[in-house]
Design a binder for this molecule. Structure first.
Ligand code: HEM
Length: 459
């Protein structure tokens, strides 16, 4: 195979793309919304395009290679050396993926920890109820973040990581790091993000290690004082004891770090976008709420097994993934050798960005691509499990999101909890058709202006 590539290499060239400026390359073309700028550029240069960003070479294409370009911030606390998200495809990465696939995010393991998540959703409901009684405005993104973080942390180790109304949620939010595109600036660290991440990653890793020590101690003590937990930490410790995996303490804490960081912002932002669209489209909101009323009934909590009985809710979530995918370019992949694509050469070590946002808005794939229409998914078999390549908000193939089964549960149940027993009223003077939909590009694509509204008891 590599011989063919070398031979072809002599006759072919890099994919087309705009002419790069010295040093900064095409960086200025990206602007504040690179997903939109790149989609626009691809109208001129085609679906496979070459961009030079700072000193990193970048290519956008639907086809992928499986290694990663490791961002500057992922070096904090040496996370990149043990992290599922940043390791190249190799034995260590395979071991971690296998543990996630076979022992953590299976239907069976998620069912055993369902009771833990049920409590977190009840807490969300109680908090919304309290805001409703006190006529208090709700920052939907903030509340979704606290809930997402706790849903993940409780699934992992039966512990809450955030509380409604505290700053702990905000402290964990990420900001984009300019240094990722300019390796030359790494030593200067323009935004102080490496230091911040070092601090933040270090604190979390220490916390995870303490939680593990605590659990190991409690396992040795009488079982009536410390009943066995149904969480994934217990599953991993059991595996180690059965010698079915040789996960070191170091690997364990880095695995927890990547699962929390990978899962919290993405799920939060998806829920905030879904709620933004529901509040902007009252008809869609009432269809989704009526379905919940008919299938679940009043004053009954939606359960994980109910998701399969709620086709309209599922269509709303799919449409949110199409219209507002939050991991815009997947997590950038890297070519680990010169690769031929469409007669062009993608050079070894080039960063590969797959513009999921542009795929979701492509009018040659979707009718009324610029409209939020959940109905398009009602009679369609298209799903986001990685087989329908026009719709891959979780990626596809080897690097597909391992947390997708948990994300699927979390996003559906959070949206359902927000709308099941509440109507939502915008702040005085705001109209649904005037809701601000502008985006902020970061680790995951979130709303630039937080969505705030008042819950009102319904009916
Ligand atoms: C709505 C929620 C989520 C979305 C949209 C999402 C999306 C993605 C995407 C697009 C990727 C990269 C795929 C690629 O590069 O080809 C990814 C990777 C990953 N996700 Fe998620 N994700 C979500 C939730 C979660 C959750 C809840 C967890 C864990 C609890 C998680 C853990 C990870 C990890 C560890 C990776 C890296 C996998 C690897 O590199 O091998 N994600 N996710």
């Amino acid at each position: 195979f590599s011989h063919v590539l070398v031979a072809k290499f002599r006759h072919t060239k890099l994919p087309p793309g705009p002419f790069p400026l010295p040093i900064i390359g095409n960086f200025l073309l990206l602007g504040r919304n690179p997903h939109r700028s790149i989609a626009k550029l691809s109208k001129t240069y085609g679906p496979l395009m070459y961009l030079k960003l700072g000193t990193v070479q970048t290519i956008k294409h639907d086809q992928i290679c499986s290694d990663r370009t490791v961002p500057h911030t992922a070096h904090a606390a040496n996370h990149h050396k043990s992290s599922l998200a940043w390791l190249p495809v190799g034995n260590k990465w395979r071991k971690l993926r296998r543990i996630c696939k076979e022992h953590m995010f299976t239907v069976h393991k998620l069912q055993s920890s369902e009771g833990l998540r049920k409590k977190k959703l009840q807490q969300l409901h109680d908090y919304l109820h309290e805001c409703c009684s006190n006529r208090r405005v709700v920052d939907i993104g903030e509340v979704a973040f606290v809930t997402s973080l706790n849903l993940i942390s409780t699934t992992l180790f039966s512990i809450d990581f955030a509380h409604f109304g505290s700053n702990s949620a905000q402290e964990m939010k990420g900001t984009p790091n300019l240094a990722d595109y300019f390796p030359i600036l790494k030593r200067i660290d323009p935004q102080g993000l490496k230091r911040e991440s070092e601090d933040y990653a270090g604190k979390l890793l220490t916390t995870f290690d303490q939680i593990t020590s605590e659990r190991l101690r409690s396992i040795g003590v009488s079982s009536s004082d410390f009943p066995r937990k149904n969480d994934l930490l217990q599953v991993l410790l059991d595996l180690n004891q059965e010698r079915d995996s040789d996960l070191s303490r170091d690997e364990l804490k880095h695995l927890f770090l990547v699962l929390i960081v990978g899962g919290a912002d993405t799920s939060t932002d998806t829920v905030e976008w879904a709620m933004t669209e529901l509040l902007s489209n009252p008809e869609i909101m009432s269809k989704a709420r009526n379905e919940l009323r008919t299938v679940i009934g009043e004053n009954k909590q939606v359960e994980e097994s109910d998701i399969s009985k709620l086709p309209y809710l599922r269509a709303v979530v799919k449409e949110t993934f199409r219209f507002h995918p939050v991991v815009l370019f997947l997590i950038p992949h890297k070519a680990n050798a010169n690769v031929e694509m469409n007669g062009y050469i993608i050079p070894k070590d080039a960063q590969i960005l797959v513009n999921i946002w542009a795929m979701g808005r492509d009018s040659s794939i979707w009718s009324n691509a610029d409209m939020f229409e959940p109905e398009r998914f009602l009679d369609s078999k298209i799903d986001y499990k990685g087989h329908d390549f026009e719709f891959i908000p979780f990626g596809s193939g080897r690097r597909i999101c391992p947390g997708m089964p948990l994300a699927h549960i979390m996003v559906h149940l959070m949206v359902a909890s927000f709308i099941h027993n509440f109507k939502w009223k915008l702040e005085p003077g705001m109209k649904s058709e005037e809701l601000d939909l502008s985006e902020m590009f970061g680790l995951s694509l979130h709303k630039a202006v937080p969505l705030k509204a008042f819950p009102v008891k319904w009916p």
